[in-house]
Design a protein around this ligand. Structure first.
Ligand code: GDP
Ligand code: MG
Length: 452
């Protein structure tokens, strides 16, 4: 019984493990896909190395090629690295995504926006203010600390009107740190829950910019420091992120222009370099174009092999269905696994011992003989329970897995001997046959009908 079953499972579960050459070959394509998606080269290298290691030896599903299986593994790893799948319930998470905004601090909670000039900081600040009011139900105020770019503060004031959010009145000639102090004071006095600080950018990262960011963070003690990065900048984004990460305590990243034609490689680079969650994606110029970052969607975009991924997922679902069907058929046929046996044993103990039960059940003759041969007594029931309890769930479901090495482990775990384990397995086989006979006699009609 066990051998036959084992065979069935092999056939159902797959066609073997991924070899190193399978993986390396598929990885060549993955590598190209990642580079085309603008993932930074060092990040591609590290990612490929770590996934290669994980993929070698993994199972290949039936009806799927090794290459397709590798793509699926890469996809899953990408999703995990980007922050994991979003909750599907669409429930009351305020659309916060995997990692939402942290607004649990003494008000005014300060959110500091940093990034290069043109990355979308000012626009995103306004989008966030709107988001915080609508999704978190909190009152926000915005302040522009950008004294470099002409009319930058006016730009924020205009956006503030559009999203119905207060902005700090502009005072000419003030320096960023002083503006930040004034903004804190004002937000406190006016009972704002959240204060968004829109900082100045530069065309490139330089020391003056970093010094300014540090000073502003120093006086405002931000709860969130969000790095705003243009997803179209791809390779460059890595250096930017590295610099900011080293200088200011980032808490997250926002990727803008995800509505553009970029494949989103910057997302993976950002994750790698900053180690911080990507919290939002900007998806347009309009002020409601801000979404919770969706790792599944972005992973699909980066890899550009969505067809392959869904094909493998379909294959996995089919196999799962077939597994369930096979299991139902086994039950209907009176076959059962070691979990069932354990349940039976426990019931037997409650019913006053093995001998009595074996005597009561027709078709148990063989099982009874096996028991007699192994001079099983009621104490043995306790041992059997311990033995099955020492097995892994997989072993219980598929006793064929129990090779000599595993048997020794189970024996040690249950304080028994390998010979006793063999007895349990033998008994399981005999009882399986007995159940089949009961079925033939119509004893398990109900069960059979249940599984059709
Ligand atoms: P800042 O210099 O970092 O403050 O950048 P701005 O907020 O001024 O944005 C620069 C430009 O990018 C503006 O024209 C914005 O409308 C545009 N922008 C910002 N975010 C997005 C986005 O997610 N998608 C698109 N398509 N445009 C954006
Ligand atoms: Mg700006």
């Amino acid at each position: 019984l066990s051998d036959r079953l084992g065979g069935v499972f092999d056939r159902l579960k797959g066609r073997g493990a991924l070899s190193e050459s399978d993986v390396r070959e598929a990885m060549r394509e993955v590598r190209i896909a990642l580079l085309e998606a603008d993932v930074a080269l060092p990040v591609v290298r590290r990612f490929i190395d770590s996934v290669t290691e994980k993929a070698i030896g993994a199972d290949v599903l039936r009806s799927v090629t090794p290459g397709q299986q590798v793509v699926k593994i890469v996809n899953d790893e990408l999703v995990a690295m980007l922050g994991g799948a979003l909750a599907e319930d669409g429930g009351d998470d305020h659309g916060k995504g995997v990692e939402g905004l942290n607004l649990d601090a003494k008000p005014p909670v300060v959110i500091m926006m940093v990034g290069l000039q043109g990355s979308g900081k000012t626009t995103t600040t306004a989008k966030l203010a709107k988001f915080i009011r609508e999704k978190h139900g909190k009152k926000a105020m915005m302040a522009s600390l950008d004294v470099n770019r002409p009319a930058a503060q006016e730009q924020l004031a205009v956006l503030g009107e559009q999203v119905d959010t207060a902005t700090l009145p502009i005072v000419a000639g003030q320096q960023p740190v002083d503006i930040a102090r004034r903004a804190m004071e004002s937000a406190r006095l006016q009972n704002h829950d959240v204060l968004l600080l829109d900082t100045a950018g530069r065309l490139h990262v330089d020391e003056a910019l970093m010094a300014e960011m540090k000073a502003v963070a120093g006086v405002s003690a931000p709860t969130e420091v969000l790095l705003v990065v243009d997803s179209l900048t791809g390779q460059d984004a890595v250096n930017v992120a590295k610099n900011f990460t080293e200088e200011v305590p980032l808490t997250g990243v926002i990727l803008t222009r995800m509505d553009g034609d970029a494949r989103g490689g910057a997302a993976l680079s950002m994750r790698h370099v900053t180690g911080k969650p990507i919290k939002f994606a900007g998806t347009g110029e309009k002020l409601d174009a801000l979404e919770a970052f969706d790792p599944v969607r972005v992973a699909g975009r980066i890899l550009g092999m969505g067809d392959v991924v869904s094909l493998v997922e379909k294959a996995a679902a089919t196999i799962k269905e077939e597994d369930a069907e096979a299991m139902a058929k086994r039950m209907a046929k009176g076959q059962f696994d070691l979990n069932d046996l354990r349940t039976q044993l426990q019931q037997m103990q409650n019913m006053g011992g093995l001998g009595m039960l074996a005597g009561m059940m027709p078709g148990m003759k063989k099982a009874k003989a096996a028991l007699a041969a192994s001079d099983t007594d009621d104490k043995m029931l306790v041992h059997m329970d311990a033995i099955i309890g020492s097995m892994t769930p997989k072993e219980r479901a598929n006793p064929a897995l129990l090779n000599a090495k595993r048997k020794r482990r189970v024996a040690a775990g249950s304080g028994t001997h390998v010979s006793q384990i063999n007895k349990v397995l033998k008994m399981h086989q005999e009882m399986g046959r007995a159940m089949k006979q009961i079925k033939k006699m119509g004893g398990l009609k109900g069960l059979g009908a249940l599984f059709g």
